[in-house]
Design a protein around this ligand. Structure first.
Ligand code: ADP
Ligand code: MG
Length: 329
């Protein structure tokens, strides 16, 4: 089973940033409002993700590390209409198979936290407020061939920050902080929407924090509903696009995805309206009936397959075209 987990790890864990992505995913699933990521040596020596979520009960700590252990699928119907962030129960087992992993967690009902060392299996009481810390040390220490593929600490750190950034753009209501070697690298404060702050304004604030004030000032709101597809977000106009050449963020039902249908649709809109804006900056959020999209394509869930990709392509293209073509104040 260790070997199977290591093979699964090859699909899920490519580099420190993949670990960060999975651990932050889990923290969000646990209802965290504040997530802190601490890294050493670009995440190769240490990745610690702390959250203030629901915690893992003491007796479930060992289970959480087992393959296909997930608290997120209750029945087959769930599998078909899954819309939580994670659902396969592979990530923690895969990560633990290629690192020294420890879980420290406390639920609301427990008098103390418990610490599980994945390698030794030792479980003992420890100190912590409600929530979970997952600590991943010495990634790929037992698989030197994989460790060789890692880039410099600075490059791995940049990928880790990017992984957190992708989550942060989806969840303005959650606060995020990233530390490297004891120094604060990024911090995005929670802006929960409510009577004081609309969801749109909360998103705009988060976009300004993460992508810069310039991006928000030099972008237009996207909003379009076509049948079962709703598209929101912001599309940068030329000046903003020059400042951040590589920032194209697409989300499907709250999850960051890399998808050719979406990027092609957005690029077509930029070509039509602005005649060849090659590297536009945008953050687009597609909401679609979960039955019309398959998120089970890849273990990292970064790829999706739309049941009707034409429908989605047209909706996104028109949404971005309308936004770019609208007269600006
Ligand atoms: P999945 O997220 O697909 O369920 P994982 O391997 O990522 O699988 O996690 C296994 C299980 O461990 C989760 O289903 C959840 O019950 C528990 N878990 C992991 N991380 C956390 C966390 N930060 N807070 C609460 N529970 C967690
Ligand atoms: Mg998970």
């Amino acid at each position: 089973d260790e070997l199977i987990s290591q093979i699964a790890a090859g699909e899920v864990v490519e580099r420190p940033a993949s670990v960060v992505r999975e651990l932050v995913d889990n923290a969000l699933d646990a209802g965290a409002t504040q997530i802190t990521v601490r890294l050493m040596a670009g995440g190769v020596r240490l990745i610690a993700v702390e959250d203030d979520g629901c915690g893992i009960p003491q007796d479930e700590l060992p289970v959480a590390l087992r393959r296909h252990a997930t608290s997120k699928i209750r029945d087959l119907h769930d599998l078909e209409t899954v819309c939580t962030m994670g659902f396969r129960g592979e990530a923690l087992a895969a990560i633990a198979s290629v690192s020294e992993t420890a879980l420290l967690s406390r639920t609301a009902g427990q008098a103390s936290a418990f610490l599980l060392d994945a390698r030794s299996g030792e479980l003992r009481p420890a100190a912590r407020a409600q929530g979970t810390t997952v600590e991943v040390k010495e990634l790929f220490f037992s698989t030197p061939a994989r460790r060789k593929f890692l880039k410099t600490d600075a490059t791995e750190l940049a990928h880790c920050v990017e992984a957190v950034r992708r989550h942060a753009l989806a969840r303005p209501d959650v606060g995020f902080a990233v530390w490297h070697e004891g120094k604060l690298v990024e911090q995005w404060r929670a802006c929960p929407s409510g009577p004081e702050l609309s969801a749109d304004d909360a998103l705009a604030r988060r976009l300004a924090d993460v992508l810069g004030e310039d991006f928000v000032a030099q972008s237009v709101p996207v909003l379009r509903r076509v049948g079962p597809v709703t598209i929101t977000g912001r599309a940068g106009v030329p000046d903003a696009a020059r400042s951040r050449p590589d920032h194209q963020y697409c989300y499907v039902n709250g999850r960051f995805v890399r998808d050719k249908v979406l990027t092609h649709a957005a690029r077509s809109a930029y070509e039509d309206v602005l005649h060849g804006q090659r590297q536009p900056v945008y953050a687009l959020y597609v909401e679609i009936d979960p039955a019309r999209v398959d998120v089970n394509v890849h273990p990292t869930k970064i790829e999706v397959r739309f049941r009707d990709s034409r429908e989605v392509h047209q909706a996104v293209r028109h949404a971005v075209e309308d936004a770019l073509a609208a007269p600006r104040a």
